[in-house]
Design a protein around this ligand. Sequence first.
Ligand code: ATP
Length: 494
Amino acid sequence: MKDIVSLCKRRGFIFAASDIYGGLNGFWDYGPLGVELKNNLRDRWWKDMVITPPIGPDGSPIEILGVDSAIIQNPRCWEASGHVGGFCDPMVDCRESKKRYRADHVFVLVPKDGEGFSFAFDKDDEDDVIEKRLQKLAKGKKVEDFERTMLDQIDPAEFGEIIGPDVKNPGTLTEPRQFNMMFHTFVGATAGDENKAYLRPETCAGIFLNYKNVLDSNRAKVPFGIAQVGKAFRNEVTPRNFVFRSREFEQMELEWFCEEDEVPMWFDFWLEERTRFWESVGIPKSELHFLNVPKEDLAHYSSRTIDVEYRFPFSAPDFDELEGIAHRGCFDLTQHQEFSGTKLEYFDQANNRRFLPHVIEPSTGLTRGVLALICQAYTVDESRPSGVYLDFKPSMAPKKAAILPLTAKEDHVPTAQKLYMDLREDYNVDLDIKQNIGKRYARQDEIGTPFCFTIDNETSKDQSVTVRHRNTMEQERVSLDNVKAFMKEHISKA
Ligand code: ATP
């Protein structure tokens, strides 16, 4: 992860927010290449959902409509959704280190023989970190001598026997407290409770609030979907793992409204579609894991959730959540109907009946998806000067091609400029004139540009350029007239 984070900064994918002030924990900025990558992933999702939605079981395209709702909504909305009362994480403080942990992210090694202290660790701590700490503090005991339990499964009365993750003495961890993760603000000039409002912790609420508007204005028929991409905010107790868990992030959410008895069929449909999506943007199925979330871990609105997990470097060999596919029942529409007093039932004209549709929700983190794409693309290759290249699918790559005049002299530059002007109408391409050609190739490898076109002395003679393939470093000649066709063939099929 360290190498990935450093490449992201060095090459302009992702920076710490407020970097020059020392950053702000849990907030990130996307640089020139990061924003292109994020837009590519977002646009592909939008296209697959809204512009060219999948073909349904009856052989015709399903219907999905897009919205872009306000980040701040009427605060009653969050009472109805259950977030004001229940969107909480259990938080534990360490009195000595002053650090704060999520109780469900800390595991404890409890001695099997009941002798001596227990040791708490962060859930992502690697084996060698655990071994080293035990060597120092556990008086000859090894990992095998302990039972592994999550901190939130231990009675706080027994916390006195636990040595916290960052200290050497027992009894410094406080009892878990519920911590509401919604950021709040005040609307208008006075900061009283009557003006309190929240930054949305998930984008889907804006969909439920607009469900009736969309139905009425578009003559939509159940089953249909509403999609939204946008920012969400959660005051995470412990933001971590680069952009994986941040306090400000982006989501891409679809709410699929259907009849209750069709839920199992649509759930399978969306699971398959979403898997296909991740494969199509470059995440192989072998790196995905599908977690059937146990009943006791389900969110308050869900009766079934499958988490699509990816093998992130910090979780490997295990997986961590990339997307959740949840059956939300008719929880949200029921709650908003009750709290708003507005009827939200769907009128099924053919059968002359009214009902609240059930909802299947594939909910994806856009920024988490960007991290997955970067992690998956990161390929070490000692044989090349950069030592590494990013193996993005051409369709996801921030720059589709680089145009490199071999030297800054002769007529290389004007030809390169002409090719650049020609290609940039259709593709995001880079014109790079400075430095020696090796350094320029290395830079393009590190930012994942799939093709480099080099204009050299032969170009003026035979009107052709060298194209270098990123992954194989193989080179071939392509005539200038055929560069566009080459791009079309190689970008559109990948
Ligand atoms: P987690 O268990 O990781 O906290 P969650 O189950 O609370 O996630 P959901 O509420 O299902 O997450 O949100 C849907 C998606 O939004 C997640 O699959 C993830 O991709 C993304 N997401 C949620 N929280 C964050 C965060 N703090 N930072 C970045 N992405 C997030």
